[in-house]
Design a protein around this ligand. Structure first.
Ligand code: KIV
Length: 313
C-alpha cells in the first residue's frame, strides 16, 4: 500500500495534452515574433513545476553550483554534478526543450574534449542541446558539435565562466568596439551552426541589434526586452538564491520566507506536541486495540517500567 497521495490529475493531463517543444518550434516562434520563455531547473520537483507551467526551454545551468551547491562561482562545477542534476531534471521535463550547460573545464582543453563531454549530456542525461560560453573562440567547437548532431546554444556577453578575465560580473559590450565585437561573435556562432544564443548582461541596444541580425533566436538575461526570449535563474525569480537581486531580476515570489515560516511553524508544533495530531496518526483496529491495551496493562502489572532491567547486549 502506498503511504502517499496519488499524483495530481492536473499533472497527468498536462503530460497527455502538450505539444513537445523542439528547436524548430523555437525557430518558428522567432519568425512569428512569439516570445520564448526559458528558466533554469536543477532537480526533479522544480523541473516538473516549470514544465507543467509550460515554459518553452528548461536549462540546467551551471548556476546550479551557486544556487544549489553553495559554490562562490560556477567555476568548480564538475561534469558529474551537471550530469546528476540533468538526469533528475530530464525525469521531470516532458514538454519543454531541455538543455544543459557544459561546465568550466569540460570543453576548454580542446575540441575533442568538448565533443566527448557534450556526447555524455546527450547519451547519459537525455539533453536536446548543450550550452557553451564564448564567441569566435568557440566556432570550431560549435561546428564539430553540430556535425555530431548535438544542438548548441551559444552564450555571449557576461559569461560567468570568464569571471576572472572580466574582473567580476560586469555588463559587457558597453563601448563601441566591444559592442561590435559581440555582434561579430554572434554572427560567427550562428554561421558555425549554433541553434540558439543566450545574451547575458549586455546593453539593450546591442542585444536588439544582434536579435535583428541573427536568424536563430536570442534568449536574453539582463539584455533587454527585444530578445526573442527571456531566461532567469529560477532561484532568483523565487528569492531562493540568498543574493541581492541583479537589476534584471524580477522577484515573482518570496519562497525563502515561505519556507522559513513553514519550517518554524513545524518546529513549534513539534515542540508543543501539536504535531502530529490524532488524525495524522495510524490506528489499530478497535478489536486489536483492546487486546493490545490489555496485554500492556498485564506487562505493566508484572514488571513496571521503572524497575525493568535494561537488556544485555
Ligand atoms: O548557468 C545559468 O543558469 C545560465 C543562465 C543564466 C543563462 O547560464
Amino acid at each position: 500500500m502506498s503511504l502517499t497521495e496519488p499524483r495530481s490529475t492536473e499533472a497527468a493531463a498536462h503530460s497527455s495534452t502538450f505539444l513537445k517543444i523542439t528547436l524548430p518550434t523555437l525557430q518558428e516562434k522567432k519568425r512569428n515574433r512569439v516570445p520564448i520563455s526559458a528558466l533554469t531547473a536543477y532537480d526533479y520537483a522544480m523541473a516538473r513545476l516549470v514544465d507543467e507551467a509550460s515554459v518553452d526551454l528548461v536549462l540546467v545551468g551551471d548556476s546550479l553550483g551557486m544556487v544549489m551547491l553553495g559554490y562562490e562561482s560556477t567555476l568548480p562545477v564538475t561534469m558529474e554534478e551537471m550530469l546528476l542534476c540533468t538526469r533528475a531534471v530530464r525525469r521531470g521535463v516532458r514538454r519543454a526543450l531541455l538543455a544543459a550547460d557544459m561546465p568550466y573545464a569540460s570543453y576548454h582543453e580542446d575540441v575533442q574534449q568538448g565533443v566527448r563531454n557534450a556526447l555524455r549530456f546527450v547519451k547519459e542525461a537525455g539533453t536536446e542541446a548543450v550550452k557553451v560560453e564564448g564567441g569566435r573562440n568557440r566556432v570550431e567547437l560549435v561546428a564539430r558539435l553540430t556535425d555530431a548532431e548535438i544542438s548548441v546554444i551559444g552564450h555571449l556577453g557576461l559569461t560567468p565562466q570568464s569571471l576572472h578575465r572580466m574582473g567580476g560580473y560586469r555588463v559587457q559590450g558597453k563601448t563601441l568596439p566591444a559592442a561590435e565585437q559581440l555582434v561579430e561573435d554572434a554572427l560567427a556562432l550562428e554561421t558555425a551552426g549554433a541553434a540558439l544564443l543566450v545574451l547575458e548582461g549586455v546593453p539593450r541596444e546591442v542585444a536588439a541589434r544582434i536579435t535583428a541580425e541573427l536568424t536563430i533566436p536570442t534568449i536574453g538575461i539582463g539584455a533587454g526586452p527585444e530578445c526573442d526570449g527571456q531566461i532567469l535563474v529560477l532561484h532568483d525569480l523565487l528569492n531562493l538564491s540568498f543574493a541581492p537581486a541583479a537589476k534584471f531580476v524580477r522577484r515573482y515570489a518570496d519562497v525563502a520566507s515561505q519556507i522559513r515560516n513553514a519550517v518554524e511553524a513545524y518546529r513549534k508544533d513539534v515542540e508543543t506536541r501539536s504535531f502530529p495530531n490524532d488524525a495524522e496518526s495510524y490506528h489499530l483496529s478497535a478489536e486489536t486495540r483492546g487486546s493490545f491495551a490489555r496485554a500492556g496493562a498485564t506487562r505493566a502489572a508484572v514488571a513496571p517500567a521503572a524497575i525493568r532491567q535494561p537488556r544485555k547486549a
